[in-house]
Design a protein around this ligand. Sequence first.
Ligand SMILES: O=C(O)c1[nH]c(=O)[nH]c(=O)c1Cl
Length: 310
Amino acid sequence: VDLSVTWLGRAMPGCLYNASGVWCREEDELAALRASAAAALITKSATLAPRDGNPEPRYHPTPLGSINSMGLPNRGFDYYLDFARRYGDGGGKPLFLSLSGLTLDDNCAMLRRLAEAGLPALPEINLSCPNVPGKPQLGYDFGATAEALDAFDAAYPGLYGVKLPPYFDPAHFAAMAEILNRHRRLAFVTCINSIGNGLVVDVDSEAVVIKPKDGLGGLGGDYVLPTALANVREFCRLLPGKDVVGCGGVKSGREAFMHILAGARAVQVGTCLHQEGPGAFARIAAELAALMRAKGYRRLDDFRGRLRTL
Ligand SMILES: O=C(O)c1[nH]c(=O)[nH]c(=O)c1Cl
């Protein structure tokens, strides 16, 4: 079976890669991803200047997934741009740079610098970080999102994507789609980021499990799979001509299959990668291939977007 993906004028040897933020903050982590069965790489969301992020504990695994309030710890844009310069074409594995400026000007400055560098790396602009105290998620402010995308178009001449927060209402899917469809070079959306501001409680300690925001953090893993699939399927329907990358709750070939059935062009792995490490990509790919073989599918196009309704 063939798990390869061709999109954005690039070819990927498979369909799985990391979710931004997981195993991608440091150069050695990115090198491990590149050496793994991941079919692409994306860097930790960059701010213009380096950041330490929120106080620890700020990540906590649970039986059903994870909660995090990292607070955008990253090495700063120059570090990831330098990595991208030395990455070249990555031996056939596309590189994406996640950008999460604290202001619109910062995002535009990073986009301009990326454009000037003239590298194959593509930006995935993060509209959905839920964990910077005092900073609301851009993706939940439709006016601000519309303004930001106009500025991104002016700052960056190439193809770009955005990382969206989960939406939970058809009116919101429609409102976002109306805005996103105004932008021809906005070539892909990644659905979803963590479900923001959940609260995990430890019965024994009678306490929360992470320090920032009195325990509030973004949820990942099993908690988010149905929401992720809904966002993938709705935006595939509402954004003709754009690609949707599925992210959320992928821990085996089965969830990867679900995301592609819902329409995903490619699939990102977050919480499961954090817990298992880069070996997860070979395992999930093998499971997906076995599932495809059992169903008589030879390539992803044989079933992508074919989710049946009743
Ligand atoms: O706290 C974080 O660094 C973080 N955590 C998330 O779950 N999603 C994001 O986009 C970011 Cl930027």
